[in-house]
Design a protein around this ligand. Structure first.
Ligand SMILES: [Zn+2]
Length: 302
């Protein structure tokens, strides 16, 4: 029994020195992390940035090779949603599957954050669902989440506020980079294979041509021959400074348009529907802005 007593004393030393994690914590210690489920990894990384160790975040769609517009949820997703305390989703028809999951798995204690509903005034007139390219929407999501976490964890308010302050400071870099790009290239006409960066283009004050084709690609429907012809003409006649190519929503038409742009010497910028792995939301936005800047610099050099 001597060795057992030694073992127990060891545990006590570890507990008092704080070397053991929450699994060994004494009564009255910090509660378990809050389970958070995000429909897309973009909202998942924002939740992680604000919640830190106070939350466990599960992002349902995070594979950059998935077309989010045709995603179908599985029973495993339903189980995660049923256990979540906070659920984040985009709204505006972008992730109706999550709305259905929430309806099918009612829970007494669950808060739902719908990004597009937080700032309805930011929504474009065409109801473009990709609101996550607007840093103000990202900030609204972060602030709403911070408010929920503060209510749940009054003991950790300082930590939550510090995380939110850091996120705001990072977002300020994004808006500064946007302003610099808009100043260097005022009022450009550009186009895109799908309207994923519509909100970014609005921030930049740039005009996006080929609207009906972009929405047809998004909705997996057939654009009119006239729309396709006009789109190709815009590329061949250099009526647009850039082609934004959505790498996550592709089909033979978008591939052909990219090839036409490349042949015509119109720079192509690859963009994504959600934040790539191991990247924060502000980093993702800064990387996208940098890719645009470089594409325009290369076009100028030619
Ligand atoms: Zn899309």
């Amino acid at each position: 029994m001597r060795s057992m007593r030694w073992w127990r004393r060891g545990i006590l030393v570890l507990l008092s020195s704080g070397l053991l994690g929450p699994a060994f914590a004494a009564p009255g210690a910090a509660p378990a992390p809050l389970p958070v489920v995000a429909a897309e990894s973009t909202y998942g990384v924002i939740a992680q940035a604000i919640g830190g160790p106070l939350v466990t975040v599960d992002s349902i769609i995070r594979n950059p090779n998935v077309d989010p517009h045709s995603f179908e949820a599985t029973p495993a997703v339903a189980r995660k949603v049923a256990q979540a305390r906070i659920v984040l989703l985009n709204g505006v028809g972008y992730d109706d599957w999550m709305q259905k999951m929430l309806a099918a798995n009612p829970a007494a204690r669950r808060d739902v954050i719908v990004a597009a509903a937080l700032l309805p005034s930011r929504l474009q007139a065409d109801r473009n669902p990709h609101v996550f390219y607007d840093p103000q929407v990202a900030l609204a999501v972060a602030e709403r989440l911070a408010a929920l976490l503060r209510a749940d964890r009054p003991d950790a308010v300082a930590q939550i506020d510090a995380n939110l302050a850091r996120f705001k400071a990072d977002l300020a870099q994004v808006t500064a980079a946007q302003a610099a790009l808009a100043k260097a290239h005022p009022q450009l006409a550009v186009t895109a294979t799908e309207p994923v960066v519509g909100y970014l283009l609005r921030q930049l004050g740039w005009r996006s041509l080929g609207h009906s084709l972009q929405f047809a690609v998004m909705n997996d429907s057939e654009p009119s021959p006239a729309a396709v012809a006009q789109f190709e003409d815009n590329l061949r006649q250099h009526k647009v400074a850039l082609l934004f190519y959505n790498r996550q929503v592709t089909d033979p038409l978008t591939d052909r348009l990219r090839a036409i742009a490349t042949k015509a010497g119109v720079p192509v910028v690859g963009v994504d529907e959600f934040v790539p792995p191991d990247t924060s939301y502000p980093q993702w936005q800064l990387q996208t802005l940098d890719a645009i800047r470089q594409a325009l610099a290369g076009a100028r050099a030619r």
